[in-house]
Design a protein around this ligand. Structure first.
Ligand code: AMP
Length: 476
């Protein structure tokens, strides 16, 4: 499929990731080099058609620098294509070091951007309902972009707010009230932002779920957490903000203006502190005449709409918003946002995935910035052999082809985790490129680090600036 023409002038690039309902693929304009991410959803499964229409309808209403833009969509036979702003910087979870997190100044930057996006979204009457690091993408300038509006809903319309009752999202990020009763949209999203902040600062999630049978959550609720991880890893100033975000009572939970005014949000980090961060990986766009994939190259929504999207379905969908109260107990409409069973929903939400498989090497592939990869001093064949033996030592089951190993295991929450290791020959060097297929991003990174450690003797040492070399050396 890669390299094939999609519609006139647009060719298919690499697969960027996998979602619960289909793949996300890069689309490139042959003459201008413009890049667009295309979400491909297989229709036909019960409820999927309605769900996709709702996702597009809601997403298209949003226009903000910290939200992935939705240019429109197109339906053909049994597939629905959604055209999205391409976020070339990968996912936020990839910047979180397991059990460590990231530097505080960096967490502050991402958190501010997240909050700006959420504030705007709420001002438009829209709740996301599945905020987590896997749904926060980064652009080429390391700016955060909220993505995946598959669970989003309209909670305020023409000034009228309604409580929500659908229990949806991903368990560790869910606010306690979402598990219990009807809930208000804004505090529930704010809670998820609090959990994301903890993940960024400590590299771990505080609990599996916010329920009475989860000891870590109960300890937090009962204020008996002072000697426990992750709280002991978090500086007291920002911890006081986290306490306001993770207040179990939604009414008392901090609102956006209060969060913005918190002293940690105002804190200026000194140049020295900034200096110790990992160097940002600069991916230099290839030379040739065509421009590629920087934000400057993003096409305008109108431009993409006319060329890629069909106009009529959108018009119909936008009109449907008025009655689209999926959470209203009285609404006589199909429920779009979740499968019938709560468990199924959580599963489908956790069966989240990222960049999937492609072993072919074209220049576009190198433009996606990821940290879950390294070079080894072995040939591809030797690398696969060693990799399989290391994976076997960890007791993980795996399937191998000549250039790819698929690993399946369960994480510490007993949730399924699947990832793929692509073994790439890069100008005589062997690159092991790890991509999450299903499961929690942080758990995936833990596995990645374990494998890297097992292969330590053959891992090429060196600065993380290597993508520059790849991007420039391999330009055809
Ligand atoms: P989703 O189906 O929205 O959960 O997307 C699945 C995966 O595809 C994400 O986790 C990203 O790795 C990738 N992806 C989705 N949207 C984009 C985008 N706009 N730009 C780049 N990658 C994306």
């Amino acid at each position: 499929m890669e390299g094939q023409e999609f519609v006139d002038g647009w060719i298919r690039g690499q697969i960027l990731g996998e979602g619960a309902y289909g793949e996300v693929q890069l689309l490139l304009n042959k003459s201008t080099g413009e890049a667009v991410a295309m979400k491909v959803i297989e229709l036909g499964k019960l409820g999927v058609d309605q769900m996709v229409k709702k996702e597009v309808c809601i997403h298209r209403r949003l226009n903000h620098q910290n939200i992935v833009k939705c240019f429109g969509s197109r339906q053909e036979a049994n597939k629905h294509y959604i055209f999205l702003e391409y976020a070339s910087g990968g996912e936020l979870f990839d910047r979180i070091e397991p059990d460590v997190g990231m530097d505080e100044w960096q967490a502050q930057k991402y958190f501010k951007q997240l909050l700006n996006g959420v504030e705007y979204m709420h001002s438009q009457g829209i709740a996301h309902r599945d905020l987590k690091p896997e749904n926060l993408l980064l652009d080429n300038h390391d700016n955060l972009k909220i993505s995946d509006f598959g669970m989003a809903t309209i909670f305020r319309f023409r000034g009228q707010e309604r409580p929500l009752e659908k229990r949806c999202g991903t368990l560790p990020y869910l606010a306690p009230e979402v598990m219990l009763r009807t809930y208000l949209a804004e505090p529930a999203d704010i809670w998820a932002c609090g959990i994301i902040l903890v993940a960024m600062l400590a590299g771990e999630l505080p609990w599996d779920q916010p329920t009475a049978d989860c000891p870590e959550f109960v300890a937090w609720k009962d204020r008996k957490w002072h000697t426990l991880s992750p709280w002991t890893k978090i500086d007291t100033v920002v911890l006081s903000l986290v306490q306001r975000l993770l207040l179990p009572l939604p009414k008392s939970r901090a609102k956006i203006p209060e969060i913005k005014g918190h002293r940690w949000m105002q804190k200026k980090f000194s140049r020295n502190m900034v200096g110790v961060i990992r160097p940002a990986i600069q991916v230099t766009p290839p030379r040739p005449t065509k421009r590629l994939c920087s934000d400057v190259d993003l096409p305008s929504p109108e431009h993409v709409s006319t060329r890629l999207c069909q106009s009529q379905p959108e018009t119909r969908i936008v009109c449907a918003v008025d009655t689209d109260c999926d959470d209203s107990p009285n609404a006589d409409v199909v429920s779009f946002s979740q499968p019938a069973q709560f468990e199924d929903l959580l599963l489908s939400s956790q069966l989240h995935s990222t960049q999937s498989t492609t072993t072919s090497q074209n220049v576009y592939q190198k433009l996606v910035r990821r940290m879950t990869r390294f070079f080894v001093k072995l040939s591809c064949e030797q690398s696969i052999k060693l990799l399989l033996s290391a994976l076997g030592d960890h007791g993980w089951s795996c399937k191998a082809t000549t250039r790819q190993v698929t690993v399946t295991c369960v994480d510490k929450r007993k949730m399924p985790l699947t990832f793929k290791v692509n073994v790439l020959d890069m100008d005589g060097q062997t690159l092991l490129d790890f991509r999450l297929s299903k499961g929690c991003g942080l758990e995936f990174k833990k596995c990645f680090l374990k494998i890297k450690e097992s292969l330590e003797e053959v891992v090429e040492k060196g600065p993380v600036t290597w993508p520059i070399a790849i991007a420039t050396n391999t330009v055809p």
